[in-house]
Design a protein around this ligand. Sequence first.
Ligand SMILES: C[S@@+](CC[C@H](N)C(=O)[O-])C[C@H]1O[C@@H](n2cnc3c(N)ncnc32)[C@H](O)[C@@H]1O
Length: 310
Amino acid sequence: MSPRRSPSDNRLPYQRSPFRTAENATFLRPFVKWAGGKSQLLGQFQALYPKPSSLGRYLEPFLGSGAVFFHVKALLQPSRALLCDTNAELIDTFLAVRDELDSLIELLRQHQKQHCESYYYEIRTHSPRTRAARAARLIYLNKTGFNGLYRVNSRGLFNVPFGRHVNPTIFNEALLRAASVALRAAELHSHDFRNLSVVARKGDFIYFDPPYQPLSKTAYFTSYTRGSFGEKDQRDLANLYTELDRRGCLLMLSNSDTPLVRELFADFRIHQVSARRTINSNSEKRGPVPEVVVLNYDTQTSRKPTSPPR
Ligand SMILES: C[S@@+](CC[C@H](N)C(=O)[O-])C[C@H]1O[C@@H](n2cnc3c(N)ncnc32)[C@H](O)[C@@H]1O
């Protein structure tokens, strides 16, 4: 008998994934926690993806934990993917999972054995030389630091405090192996999203998940990397979306539901979804928050609607 799944359980059982591992049952899902991560929205996203028959390459310029990439990979099986994020350490970690998995797992085992508060603070000061060691450090700090945050100071040094988790799971070997297989047909770069203008082609399916446009001026909580993502970036992103729409790409974008976002994407199809923000500086503001998903195609046919000339 197959295990019962609650309607809110958006994860895909490994039996339906082409990336099942021999070791044991697993789900293809992120191996790090990430601010603004979309795992909880995948059930609502599923109905909004284009139909598989129309899928060419998959592009994701704001990768984060890769929750949507892993979901799309298991469901729609694009043959190629291009994944980017300006966080070079994060991209390096994905590359280590793809290309240096055995060394990475060995290093994670060593972190797991020695884990305690003083060890966390010691590792936080390290700058390992090899890519596998840097990736193991990032995954270890991510799983044991406060709320899975990634935050660096003005000198680029990771400064998130210890997380006080009871018996944190630092890594799941079967999951890392499934992620490594899923990443084989993916190219990864630490590029700014604007670079997509050069590489996107007609027929590509592109999912954009930028740092949120803040709901209020005091709610800016997007310290993923040293630079922040301001209104000019949101406007550049909307211009890029329009350019790629004209090029014939299939576009899906999520953001907070704000007047600016609705104004910037007024020419496209705006769907509302509801998210519970788990990483917020103010714990009293962790209730459901409406977000928007902007599409330039019809979800039934995956065709672009015939819109009046702009
Ligand atoms: C909302 S998070 C993406 C979360 C991801 N969808 C997930 O499910 O984990 C936004 C990401 O954009 C990245 N980012 C910030 N500014 C960027 C830029 N100018 N170009 C590309 N990526 C950027 C951040 O490093 C962060 O990982």
